[in-house]
Design a protein around this ligand. Structure first.
Ligand SMILES: [Zn+2]
Length: 118
């Protein structure tokens, strides 16, 4: 079990294991907040937060909501809008830096081709 949290501690994220890779994406939103994404099935993630502790940002084709702490603003994860979708992304910037240091980072061209650049 790995546990991360936003800066103020209002939002805690638990995942069952380290991701095999992390993704750095250059799309219009990711390039701005500079998250490093690990992808999981919903059942492998626990988000612990009080009601109203999270703000959600939805844009464009409205396929996912980007979630951030309403207090400190750290982007913690994204969740699918479509309830049938099982995939979620966790921002590993909220975890101990040793997790990032020991995990391969892939660069995703989310802005254009949706292909990996490395
Ligand atoms: Zn916070």
């Amino acid at each position: 079990m790995l546990t991360g949290s936003c800066h103020c501690g209002a939002v805690t994220i638990q995942v069952s294991r380290k991701p095999r890779t992390l993704t750095s994406c250059n799309c219009s939103i990711c390039r701005r907040h500079a998250g490093l994404w690990g992808y999981y099935d919903k059942g492998q993630i626990k988000i612990l937060a009080r009601k109203n502790a999270l703000d959600r940002y939805v844009w464009g084709d409205r396929c996912l909501a980007l979630c951030r702490c309403a207090t400190c603003g750290c982007v913690t994860h994204w969740e699918p809008i479509d309830r049938a979708s099982n995939r979620m992304g966790v921002n590993f910037r909220n975890f101990d830096p040793s997790v990032i240091e020991s995990t391969r980072i892939r660069r995703l061209d989310g802005a254009n081709t949706w292909k990996l650049l490395d």
